[in-house]
Ligand binder design. Structure first.
Ligand code: APR
Length: 320
């Protein structure tokens, strides 16, 4: 059987890391596309030259021509600009919206059957715009945020409890921004929900609240440390997990920005929710019952995303 083809649109910090991970995991042949000349070609060659050492079989090609993504099974989009200290994800909206237009058109023309994972921020608005510009089926276009947000949450929890990250599960809902909703009662250590762990004296409510806040600010914490850009190792690993779920029809239950058609009381918008990812793309949205406080937090997050989508429509009238 022929190898899968993975197109990475954007060959910056995340794009390069995606290419490396995809090759190491032998998910398929990789095409790195960027408007910057030399960067995708250089990164592709550099990673290919690590193949004999790491013993992976995958071809890597760098390109500035959309024609080279033809027939891609998966497209992962990181094209655009990243945050600098002091900027919010929302500050990127105007410039990255224009990028989504050209990327959406490129994918529609050359890889209309691909499963598309958007990473460009502000995530929930950009994935919505990318879907609109590309015209691809909604179940084939999604955004990577929840896997990353819950990974950050799991890391902080594992550190606090001094247990393996493998035994910590976390549940994060809502937009990828300051209003994201980490759900403590659905987050567990080996099946024991966090509120029970507070009762058992494993941690205090104050410490748990601080971890929830640190999760919300997880992206900004990295931006503050790096100063020249934003996180890339964990975002890339997260998107690769989603791509693998699609390529191997794993039916993984993963949180991601998915188009809602009435679930959680939301219609025609992309928001972070638990989904099932398999060969059909986003095969199912998992709708859980929220209590009053959780619903209020979720609605606030949805409103923030709505505001950004409206701003997109204001900037580009073809979206209205
Ligand atoms: N088409 C293709 N590539 C583009 C375009 C475009 N129209 N515009 C910019 N790019 C490329 C840049 O040349 C750069 O190589 O996108 C790449 C972005 O890389 P970085 O600046 O290193 O950003 P990165 O850290 O990879 O983050 C990318 O993901 O998490 C989000 O907020 C982050 O929006 C940002 C995106």
């Amino acid at each position: 059987m022929a190898r899968a083809k993975i197109a990475l649109i954007g060959a910056g910090q995340i794009g390069g890391t995606l290419a490396h991970l995809a090759a190491l995991k032998e998910l398929g042949d990789v095409v790195l596309f960027d408007i910057a000349e030399g960067i995708p070609q250089g990164k592709a060659l550099d990673i290919a030259e690590s193949g004999p050492v790491d013993k992976f079989d995958a071809t890597l090609k760098g390109t500035n021509d959309y024609a080279d993504i033809a027939g891609a099974d998966v497209c992962i989009v990181t094209a655009g600009v990243a945050r600098k200290p002091g900027m919010s994800r929302d500050d990127l909206l105007g410039i990255n919206l224009k990028v989504m237009k050209s990327v959406g058109e490129g994918i529609a023309q050359h890889a209309p059957d691909a499963f598309v994972i958007c990473i460009t921020n502000p995530l929930d608005a950009m994935v919505w715009a990318l879907r609109e510009f590309s015209g691809l089926p909604v179940e084939k276009v999604c955004g990577m945020a929840g896997v990353l947000d819950s990974a950050r949450f799991r890391h902080f929890l594992a550190e606090e409890f001094e247990v393996s990250v493998k035994d910590v599960t976390a549940f994060v809902l809502g937009g990828h921004g300051d209003t994201m909703v980490p759900l403590t009662r659905y987050s567990t250590v080996a099946g024991v929900p966090l509120p029970d762990l507070v009762k058992m004296g494993w941690t205090s409510q104050e410490k748990l609240d601080a971890i929830v806040q640190r999760t919300r600010d997880g992206g900004a914490e990295i931006v503050g440390l790096l100063k020249t850009g934003s996180a890339f190792y964990a975002p890339a690993a997260s998107a690769i997990e989603m791509a693998e779920a699609y390529l191997k029809d794993q039916k993984r239950v993963l949180p991601c920005a998915a188009n809602l058609t009435g679930q959680y009381g939301v219609k025609d918008m992309y928001v972070g929710v638990p989904t099932v990812i398999g060969a059909g793309g986003i095969e199912r949205v998992v709708e859980i019952e929220l209590n009053k406080d959780e619903k209020a937090m979720f609605d606030k997050s949805v409103d923030a995303v709505k505001g950004l989508v409206e701003a997109c429509k204001g900037i580009d009238p073809t979206l209205a």
